[in-house]
Design a binder for this molecule. Sequence first.
Ligand SMILES: [Ca+2]
Ligand SMILES: [Ca+2]
Length: 304
Amino acid sequence: MPEGNLIQAGDFNTLDPWKAAFNRSTLDTYQASTGDCVDNRLRITQRSAWYSGASQDLTEALAEGGTFKLSLKARLDAATANQRVYATLRLRDSAGFRYQYLAAHALNGTDWATLESEFEPDWRGTPQKAELLIYGPNPGLDLLVDDASLVKVKAPTPTHLFSSSFETGLENWKSGWGARLGLIQDSYDGNRALSVSGRDRWADAAWQDLTGIVRANTDYTVDLHVKHDARQGSQPYVLYLLYRDSRGWHWQRLLSARKTGGDWQALSATFSVRTDTVTNARLYVMGPAAGVDFALDAVVLDQR
Ligand SMILES: [Ca+2]
Ligand SMILES: [Ca+2]
């Protein structure tokens, strides 16, 4: 069994995490003696339909997405011609439910067939449930299964709703009140960052329009990096969302944190706007005392 097996009891030493799929079969343990050892296998009996089989809930393992590798062995208990075995995911999410076929294999005599698949779960909305199903031969035929494993081979690629690196310009960042915006070559990431200078008030800011991106009652994370001169000591930073709903404009404070100068500092906030509908949204970065210039880089907004 591989390290980090996401299938529980893939060796079938217990059957607790396994269920009879659709309640159309019975699961029991088949003990094979190999030398001095006993190897436990799953036996699926009393199969009343071709889709009668075994299932395991993999919601927790698959909900975050990514690339996975599945492997398992299956064979018939008694040789019968022209049979196949399938490994399939049954997915349910906010967009509905669907079957995702992972692997199929012909069964020859009572030889073990190895089913293998590298796949990304086909989520199309917020994940709710994922089940692995193992099934396939004609009704009445007993199926043996062993050595089931699932490992994550690649983390999901994050899909940012919005990001700014300032590598190609101001990227539609705007000045809030009196601040001056420009590009500097001192960057957290890449070669450039945004400078916010000429600030007469703590509220002189840089802001970005997130209208159409930030919606009502949805969870977001915003990450960004800021920096000011070491001689200015520690300074407060404040992130605000200015949004408009059916009742007008509102300021929502996302984060307030003091940061020391001289180095890039991470700011991270999670938020959601609890209202009926968001018709306009702007992200503001402000906070250091009047007269303190600061720089901004690597802004990323993700839905959680
Ligand atoms: Ca086993
Ligand atoms: Ca940059």
